[in-house]
Ligand binder design. Structure first.
Ligand SMILES: Cc1ncc(COP(=O)(O)O)c(C=O)c1O
Length: 418
């Protein structure tokens, strides 16, 4: 039973839930906003949050935005990107949409099956004389192959803008992952590890670029009489910034709880036939923003059947990222969107299932998800029996007709026969 809903053992569980501290914690911030009557346009909370976030994340400069999508749009403007931008089909719509909204051409490259991030060889193969930038995504907060991507960018003279919407607080080789590339863009949407309800930020390495970004997010206004470019309104308001300051006091605890949940899932799902749980990313301090699993061809059910089964039992897992961006109507006509050009992305999109993970999720709720995934292995017509392992009852099954049977549950490492 959930700590949240002790009386309802069957309450619905969504893939995520925003962390909200007691309302009383937010009131003093609101009182300050009411007293000051400064509600937007780079107010004191906005300035404070930019400084605190830069320090927390270990980055030089950070420009807040009202959401991550406007951050992506502005990042492309800030670097004056033209022509073609190589990006991933395995992402949220905002990634490719930001390219299209800038009048640029997205060019899809394939992904690596283990990281779900752009495959550097595929990036290199997609470069044309029109290519000016690469927009990779640190999918699920797992670092892209940043070293190889930088090498490719340096060799061909390309800009790199990381869609780092999932990568808040991730460390790679002892430093913030967000320092890689020319710019990185975070999302602080309510579904993210760290949230300002709606919000985002561009991370940049120098004050001059931040100045340009600050102008661009405020209609291009440089001073009372100067508009330096056709900027947009991307400003974060004071209520969002105050919410962000409050959240920052809790984010370490939130990430720590996510880590516990990820470890419980990993331990409980280890060895289940047909379910792949990604390995820990090397040299990385993760943020556990998502918990993807992959339902492979050796699973008795399809990914969608597992998804439906979870749903019927109140568990709202999500197929991030299915369908691929390259299959959406505004992109599928592109030559780079052809299915045979993106075989790995298609395979992964057909297998992925992101399981619920958020700070308030109880261990009992995690076990509810795990138990459904285990019972999904008991396929129609396959005789099932229940055995106890580590004091936990688990379902095992064997295909009919196999005299000794094949034990589906392989938590103890090696496959055993029953
Ligand atoms: C990979 C990725 N890019 C961009 C965005 C857009 O961010 P926002 O919702 O803050 O506009 C999201 C999620 O919302 C995302 O998951």
């Amino acid at each position: 039973m959930s700590a949240d809903h002790p009386e309802h053992p069957d309450h619905p569980i969504y893939v995520t839930q925003p962390f909200l501290p007691p309302l009383a914690e937010f009131m003093p911030y609101l009182e300050k906003i009411w007293d000051r009557k400064l509600v937007t346009n780079g107010g004191p909370f906005h300035q404070q949050l930019e400084a605190e976030l830069a320090a927390y994340l270990g980055v030089q400069h950070l420009a807040l935005f009202t959401n991550g999508t406007l951050g992506l749009l502005t990042a492309l403007q800030a670097l004056r990107v033209t022509g073609e931008v190589i990006t991933t089909p395995y992402s949220f719509a905002a990634t490719a949409h930001s390219v299209l909204w800038n009048g640029l051409k997205p060019v899809f490259a394939d992904i690596d099956p283990d990281t779900c991030n752009l495959d550097p060889d595929s990036i290199e193969a997609a470069i044309t004389p029109q290519t000016t930038a690469i927009m990779p995504v640190h999918c699920y907060g797992r670092p892209c192959d940043v070293e190889r991507i930088q090498k490719i960018a340096d060799t061909y003279g390309l800009k790199v803008i990381y869609d780092a919407a999932h990568a808040f607080g991730v460390q790679y080789k002892g430093k913030s992952l967000l320092n890689w590339g020319d710019l990185s863009v975070l999302s602080f949407h309510a579904t993210k590890v760290y949230s300002t309800i709606e919000g985002g930020a561009i991370i940049c390495p120098d004050a001059k670029t931040k100045q340009r970004i600050d102008y661009l997010k405020n209609f291009g206004i440089a001073d009372e009489v100067t508009v330096m470019a056709a900027g947009i309104n991307g400003k974060m308001n004071e209520v969002q910034a105050a919410f962000g300051l409050m959240q920052l006091r809790h984010v370490d605890d939130c990430i720590a709880r996510r880590g516990e949940i990820a470890r419980l899932y990993t331990q409980q799902l280890a060895g289940l036939l047909g379910i792949r749980v990604p390995d820990d990313a090397p040299h990385t301090v993760p943020n556990h923003s998502y918990f993807p699993i992959f339902i492979g061809p050796d699973h008795p059910l399809s990914r969608d059947a597992v998804y439906d089964r979870l749903r019927q039992r109140g568990i709202h897992a999500r197929r991030y990222f299915y369908p691929l961006l390259s299959d959406m109507p505004m992109y599928r006509g592109l030559p780079s969107a052809a299915k045979d050009h993106l075989p790995v992305a298609h395979e992964i999109a057909a297998q992925v299932l992101c399981l619920p993970i958020y700070p308030a999720l109880s261990d009992a709720d995690v076990m509810r998800v795990v138990d459904i995934l285990r019972s999904a292995l008991v396929y129609e017509g396959w005789p099932a029996q229940t055995v106890a392992q580590d004091g936990v009852a688990v379902a095992v099954s064997a295909p009919v007709g196999e005299p000794t049977g094949r034990l589906i549950e392989r938590r103890l490492g090696s496959e055993r026969r029953v």
